[in-house]
Design a protein around this ligand. Structure first.
Ligand SMILES: Nc1nc2c(c(=O)[nH]1)N[C@H]1C(S)=C(S)[C@@H](COP(=O)(O)O)O[C@H]1N2
Ligand SMILES: [Mo]
Length: 314
């Protein structure tokens, strides 16, 4: 969705609450039927049935490639806390509670503290960024994410000079997440970035997609999006961010240290031990296409790895 002009923004003027509550909660929160009745036209204008978000800036980082259909992006998901079957994640996560939600910030920073998700969202202007996302399994999508650069957030929390890495943790709640009642992975899901990767301008924290609040299956209410890395680095439903001087051991490194490295940069030249990474299937297309180095973002990020052997640091 391109940036709206002033008239459209006025027409769509929405209360801050509506921006980040999910639809069910918003409807419950609006006491009168009259208040509820005022909103359907808005939602229909967006046409995906979610809560529209106020977006300040739109940038296409996918070279005008066609966007993946919303129903694919919201209907074919990896989120092992709910299911290992991609089609089952959306129905299984339908009732996942994303409010109240706090994000704990700790480790090597000036002021360890908790942020309420809504307080956090209000602090940063939201941008829409169209990024490619490539899964290590060999499929890819082009998705208009809504979020804000992680760099701004890291700056806000003031890391001390010893901090070298950022560790992210997903919520652990087996009562809501049936996948966490089985040892598919070691729970909770943990991911990590080197600090310079975390503050790279392409790295965002996402709270929405396709102009609307993030659906549960895509990692509501807060997920990471690192477009030059395999999809598994883009951790969903984050409750903790920790700055450390040690490289975090991620869930996928624990699951298969020879198959999943800390860096997990999209690299068509380095095969996964069980399959080639040279091509990918864009969801919605028939023929496979060539996978691009760093998922097509080499110009922006290759310098981060200039001195590294990318076969060793996979
Ligand atoms: N907490 C958590 N985050 C996760 C996953 C997961 O299983 N649990 N799967 C990852 C993988 S493998 C991919 S490819 C992407 C998929 O994101 P999408 O469903 O929004 O396309 O989420 C990543 N983030
Ligand atoms: Mo993935």
């Amino acid at each position: 969705m391109p940036l709206k002009d002033d008239n459209e923004i006025k027409a769509d003027e929405i209360t801050p609450k509506e921006v980040y509550l999910n639809r069910r909660e918003f409807m419950a929160a609006s006491a009168t039927a009259a208040a509820a009745a005022a909103f359907p036209p808005l939602a229909e204008a967006q046409s995906h049935g979610g809560i529209p978000m106020k977006i300040e800036k739109h940038v296409d980082y996918a070279g005008s490639e066609e966007q993946t259909l919303y129903k694919s992006a919201a209907g074919y998901n990896n989120f092992y806390e709910f299911s290992t079957n991609k089609e089952d994640v959306a129905p299984m996560s339908k009732n996942f509670r994303t409010r109240p939600w706090t994000v704990t910030i700790e480790g090597l920073i000036k002021n360890p503290r908790c942020y309420d998700i809504d307080e956090l969202i209000k602090r940063f202007p939201l941008e829409e960024r169209v990024y490619r996302l490539r899964c290590v399994e060999g499929w890819s999508m082009v998705i208009p994410w809504v979020g804000f650069p992680l760099a701004g957030f890291i700056k806000l929390i003031e890391p001390d000079s010893k901090a070298k890495f950022v560790e992210f943790t997903t919520i652990h709640d087996p009562s809501q997440m049936p996948g966490q009642r089985r040892d598919v992975l070691q729970w909770p899901y943990v991911e990590g970035l080197r600090l310079d990767e975390a503050v790279h301008p392409l790295t965002i924290l996402s709270v929405g997609m396709y102009g609307e609040v993030l659906p549960n299956q895509n990692g509501a209410p807060l997920r990471l999006v690192v477009p030059w890395k395999y999809g598994f680095k883009s951790i969903k439903s984050i409750v903790k961010i920790r700055l450390t001087d040690q490289m975090p051991v991620t869930s996928w490194m624990k699951a298969g240290p020879l198959e999943y490295g800390f860096y997990a940069n999209v690299n068509p030249e380095v095969d996964h031990p069980r399959w080639s990474q040279a091509t990918e299937r864009r969801i919605g297309e028939f023929f496979r296409r060539k996978t691009l180095m760093f998922n097509g973002y080499a110009q922006q990020v290759a310098s981060l790895y200039a001195a590294m052997d990318l076969r060793k640091y996979f």
